[in-house]
Design a protein around this ligand. Sequence first.
Ligand code: HEM
Length: 388
Amino acid sequence: MDGSESFTVDHMPDPIASPEGQLDPYPWYQKMRDTAPVRYDETRECWDMFQYDDIQTVLTDFDTFSSEHDISLGNESEDSALDLGETMINRDPPEHERLRGIVDEYFQPGYLRQFEENFEELAHTQLDQILADGTEFDFASEFAAPIPAIVIGEILGIPREKREILTGVRQDGDNTQRELKEYITGLVQERKETPTDDILSEVIHATPDGKEMTAEEIYNFCALLLLAGSHTTVTLLTNAIWMFTEHDFISDVRVGAIDLDTAIEEVLRYQPSVHTVVRTATEDVALHGNTIQEGDRIVAWVGSANRDPRQFDDPETFDPERKPNPHMTFGRGIHVCLGAPLARLEARTVLRVFFDRISDVDVTTDERTPITTPTLWGLQTLPISVRT
Ligand code: HEM
């Protein structure tokens, strides 16, 4: 496939298209794993895959299952979705290796540790502002929402005063996309003339294969980080509080009776903010009695893999002490989430600050409204009342 085909796997399968289905797709996943682990959906014109081992194969065999497709993360029905152009996430080797190789080392846990204090301070500032107004607030929009975009800005060397450019990415569509592009293009020019010690300067001056990244590639890279790393992480933070309250683990996690890192992994497995990863077959493949044909698109349901009893004991139980926990929420293989160490560090640091200052949390409504994009899963809001 030549990559020019547009990416149209943007509809929910009928059985989980309702708000109830999106809040709890897990009974459907179970049924599909047991009765139709690989099936073709005529409506969405794609294959769906539900079992852990099959998904592992699809994600690791990049020769047979290509990542090349146009992509815009966000809801394609909103005009606010950003087109990503060519980035590592939608390229196969060798181009993928070139693009990822430039930045890989800056997303390793060791390099990221230097930002821990910034993240802590950011979480404190958020809480100071919120608690000044009272102890009832929406955890998702008021506390969590701005943090990941500002964190990415910090890593790229974008000052906090410019946070509205970063956090507004999906709010007013084209304007924001244009503003972001203008701003980043200007910043790239500045860093070219006067390099600083941030990732952006490194990326600009890196010359793998003797070739610098083009201005377009640099902008696409920044947009990819913002799109792949903002809402996913907001949702991880929100899902953590949702799961810890719903399963009554707030106090154990708060006092350290349950290890926070281990509990975060279980949130990622049990209530992932990403449920699907998409590939295209580069040749005919026989699987479970079906033939996937060259050029067919495949939706690999990592949300289902995470609940596969062939892989996890008692998968429908939220167990914050589960170990090992080889969930697939960050994908697998060469495209495994570049930002996974960042998302983990951010979640640990921000939740630690939250629990240091908050002694108890109650969710103040029984209503749960799901996010309605096929790429992002979780709650739109989580109204809470806290005790300090
Ligand atoms: C809970 C938060 C996150 C989740 C659930 C998540 C999930 C994923 C998944 C499933 C993939 C694999 C896609 C594929 O194989 O096609 C991926 C790739 C990627 N993610 Fe994340 N992500 C998260 C946070 C982040 C953050 C914080 C960043 C960066 C700031 C980030 C940047 C990326 C990039 C650049 C890729 C492409 C890697 C490649 O193609 O080699 N993600 N992510």
